[in-house]
Design a protein around this ligand. Structure first.
Ligand SMILES: *Cc1c(COP(=O)(O)O)cnc(C)c1O
Length: 379
C-alpha cells in the first residue's frame, strides 16, 4: 500500500490492487501465530460481535445445556444468544470487583454434567477485570464441553495461549490492545468444535453468521478463492497492526500493558480519592483500569472534571448501571504508554481538585512512574 504525503489531496484508501486469497490467508496465519494456535482461523468480515454470535449459533443447539460465565457486560449478551438458540443456560457470575474462580466453574459443571458449551470472557475492558483462563480451560477440557473465549480485550495485552489452554473457539478483534481496526475480527476453531458444529442441524448455513460456509467454501477448498469480496481496507489495517506488534515484540507489548495497569493502580492509591474497582492486582485487566469514585461523588462528575482539565486523556465513565460509581481509565493499544498514563492521572487529580478534593498529585505521579518502571525492568 502506498502512502501519500500529507499535503497531497490524492486519496490513499482508494484504487488499491485487490486483496487476493493468498494475502488473505497470510493474514489469517498471522492471527493464528498471535493466538498460539494450530487450529483453523477464520478472519471474519465484521466487528468482533460477528464471530462471537456466529460461534454461539454454530455450536449450540436446542435443548442442550450451556454454562455462561458472567464477569462483565458481554456475558449478558452471550446469555441472550444462548437462550435464543434454545439452550438451557446455567449462569455463573463473579462480582465485577474480581474474577471467576476455576472452582466455581468446576462446581457448576459437576451440578450440570450435561453441559456441552461454556462461554467465557478473558479480560473485560468495560469492568477492568480478567479471568484465569488457563485454569478454567483445564476444568472445562476435563469435563469435555466446548470452550468459547472472548479474547477481544486481552489479545496483545496479556498472554493468550489458545491451544495450551484448551480454547475451542477463540474470538479476537483488532481494536483494543492491537491498536488496529474494529471492522474485521477472527475466530479460531478447534477440530472438536468443527465436529460439533457440523453435527448441529441448526448451525447457520448460507448466512453471514455461518462458520460452516467458511469451512466448506474457503478452508476445505484450500483457501485459494475468497467466497466474497473481503473488507480489504480493514484486513490491510489488521495486518499492519500485527506487523507493528511483531516489530516491537509481543512480549514488549504485553509488558507495556501490564505496566500501564500497575501504574494506574499504584498512582490512584497514592492520589487519594478514587480506589481501584478490582480488588486484587492479579484480577485486574491490563487493558483498562476501573476506579470506584468516592462515595459522595458521581463518577460522571469526576470524569467530566478530568476531561475539562485535559480532554485528550482516555478516561470515561462506565456505561449503564455502573455509570454513577465507576470511572474507567483505558490504557490499551497506543494508550499503553507511560506519558498517557501519567497524563490520565494528572487529569483525574486536576478534576478532583476542581471538585474541591484534596489529592496528592505528586505522590500519584511518583508511585505510577515507579510502578511502570518496575514492570518494564522485570523480565
Ligand atoms: C471491546 C470488546 C468487544 C467488542 O465489542 P465493542 O462493543 O464493539 O467494542 C467484545 N468483547 C469484549 C470483552 C470487549 O472488551
Amino acid at each position: 500500500m502506498t502512502v501519500e504525503t500529507a499535503n497531497s489531496d490524492a486519496p490513499v484508501l482508494l484504487d488499491l490492487p485487490p486483496l487476493d486469497a493468498a494475502h488473505f490467508a497470510r493474514i489469517e496465519d498471522k492471527v493464528a501465530a498471535l493466538l498460539r494456535t494450530r487450529c483453523d482461523v477464520v478472519a471474519m468480515q465484521g466487528e468482533a460481535l460477528l464471530p462471537l454470535e456466529a460461534a454461539i449459533r454454530s455450536a449450540v443447539w436446542p435443548g442442550s445445556t450451556a454454562l455462561n460465565i458472567i464477569t462483565g457486560p458481554y456475558g449478558e449478551t452471550f446469555g441472550g444468544w444462548l437462550r435464543s438458540c434454545g439452550a438451557e443456560v446455567v449462569t455463573v457470575s463473579a462480582p465485577f470487583t474480581g474474577a471467576v474462580s476455576p472452582q466455581q466453574v468446576a462446581d457448576a459443571l459437576r451440578k450440570h454434567p450435561e453441559t456441552a458449551f461454556v462461554s467465557l470472557v478473558h479480560a473485560e475492558a468495560a469492568t477492568g477485570n480478567t479471568n484465569p483462563v488457563a485454569e478454567i480451560g483445564a476444568v472445562v477440557r476435563e469435563h469435555g464441553a466446548l470452550l468459547m473465549l472472548d479474547a477481544v480485550a486481552s489479545v496483545g495485552a496479556e498472554p493468550l495461549l489458545t491451544d495450551e489452554w484448551g480454547v475451542d473457539l477463540c474470538v479476537i478483534g483488532g481494536q483494543k490492545a492491537l491498536a488496529g481496526p474494529a471492522g474485521v475480527s477472527a475466530v479460531s476453531v478447534s477440530s472438536r468444535a468443527w465436529e460439533r458444529i457440523a453435527a448441529n442441524e441448526r448451525a447457520p448455513r448460507r448466512s453471514y453468521l455461518s462458520l460452516l460456509d467458511w469451512k466448506e467454501r474457503w478452508i476445505n477448498a484450500g483457501r485459494t478463492a475468497l467466497p466474497h469480496a473481503p473488507a480489504q481496507l480493514e484486513m490491510l489495517a489488521l495486518e499492519q497492526a500485527m506487523n507493528r506488534i511483531e516489530a516491537e515484540g509481543l512480549d514488549a507489548v504485553i509488558r507495556r500493558h501490564r505496566a500501564a495497569a500497575a501504574a494506574v493502580r499504584a498512582g490512584v492509591q497514592a492520589l487519594g480519592g478514587p480506589v481501584p474497582y478490582v480488588v486484587r492486582d492479579e484480577d485486574a485487566a491490563p487493558a483498562a483500569t476501573t476506579l470506584r469514585a468516592p462515595t459522595d461523588l458521581d463518577a460522571r462528575e469526576v470524569v467530566s472534571a478530568a476531561l475539562a482539565a485535559d480532554g485528550a486523556v482516555p478516561v470515561q465513565a462506565a456505561a449503564g448501571a455502573l455509570a454513577k460509581e465507576m470511572i474507567r481509565v483505558n490504557h490499551y493499544g497506543r494508550a499503553a504508554d507511560r506519558a498517557v498514563v501519567l497524563a490520565s492521572l494528572a487529569a483525574l487529580a486536576d478534576g478532583l481538585k476542581a471538585l474541591g478534593r484534596e489529592v496528592d498529585e505528586d505522590a500519584a505521579a511518583g508511585a505510577a512512574g515507579l510502578a511502570w518502571d518496575e514492570v518494564v525492568a522485570m523480565r
